[in-house]
Design a protein around this ligand. Structure first.
Ligand code: 23J
Ligand code: MN
Length: 263
């Protein structure tokens, strides 16, 4: 099929509902849960603030508008390679310079929700990814790989979402060998339902925070705090994830959408 026919078919399918648009984005506001790093390892991102400029009043009689204070890594957000020291010297590693062709890509969804329901510290391994590939085919070069964990059910409560105790946060994520394997397959990025792309206990891995350390070292991307992954097929959807064009941005809140065949 020609590219023109492909797009005409897509446009018709969007209008007819044969292709659905699924929102993978959590609500963004002052109640959005934010990561809490132990103060010994670094500073934290500030609470989100929204301030009124005018609300059809003396400050602007016919209009309403607000301004906000927001960390780059807040809510459903994109991690650019420059976010991590291992990715700092890559070309086009910031939100304003990443080639936009990377913002529309096929997506593989690995369902770990049963394992995570039993164990909040569940880690997806390279063998886990290979077992998924036996059922669904090889991860195509240039695809996003998303870990479906069911964790977004906790997104309404910061305490449940962070799930921290005196031994630190307990939430699922990838092992070092999992990330090395998806990089080898040519994945463009790694996305999760949790507050960051790494597991709660990933600070103790070697290297620490492997999803950040290794993906960004390979000039690849991350997506955190995704929702509605249970509405995606294992393969066959297209992800649209375009961060704001922050100049030299290390990441950005964004609207993440998936184009999904209506089953
Ligand atoms: C800074 C330090 C550690 C982590 C993170 C940020 C994130 O998860 C993030 O939002 O990129 S783990
Ligand atoms: Mn981040």
């Amino acid at each position: 099929m020609s590219a023109k026919n492909t797009l005409e078919t897509l446009a018709k399918a969007l209008l007819s509902g044969d292709v659905k648009v699924v929102d993978l984005t959590a609500p963004l506001g002052p109640d959005t849960p934010l990561i809490k790093l132990p103060p010994e390892i670094g500073k934290n991102t500030p609470k989100i603030e929204v301030h009124t400029i005018s609300n059809y009043d003396k400050d602007g009689p016919f209009w309403a508008w607000n301004w906000f204070k927001l960390g780059e890594h807040s809510g459903t957000h994109f991690d650019a390679p420059v976010h991590w020291i291992t990715g700092k010297d890559h070309p086009n590693n910031t939100t304003d310079t990443i080639p936009v062709s990377n913002f529309v890509a096929p997506v593989c969804v690995i369902d770990c929700s049963a394992e995570v329901a039993k164990n909040p510290d569940f880690l997806l391994t390279a063998d886990g990814v290979k077992a998924w590939e036996k059922n669904h085919g090889a991860i195509p070069k240039g695809a996003w790989v998303l870990m479906r964990s069911g964790w977004s059910k906790r997104n309404g409560s910061e305490a449940e979402f962070l799930n921290a105790d005196n031994t630190g946060p307990h939430s699922p994520g990838p092992t070092v060998d999992c990330i090395n394997y998806i990089i080898e397959r040519g994945a463009i990025g790694w996305g999760v339902e949790t507050v960051g792309t790494d597991a709660g206990q990933a600070g103790g891995m070697d290297p620490p925070f492997p999803a950040h350390n290794l993906m960004h070292k390979a000039n690849r991307y991350g997506l955190a705090s995704l929702v509605n992954l249970d509405q995606l097929p294992a393969t066959g959807a297209v992800l649209i994830a375009a961060p704001l064009k922050f100049v030299r941005g290390t990441g950005s809140p964004l609207r993440v959408l998936a184009l999904v065949p209506n089953s």
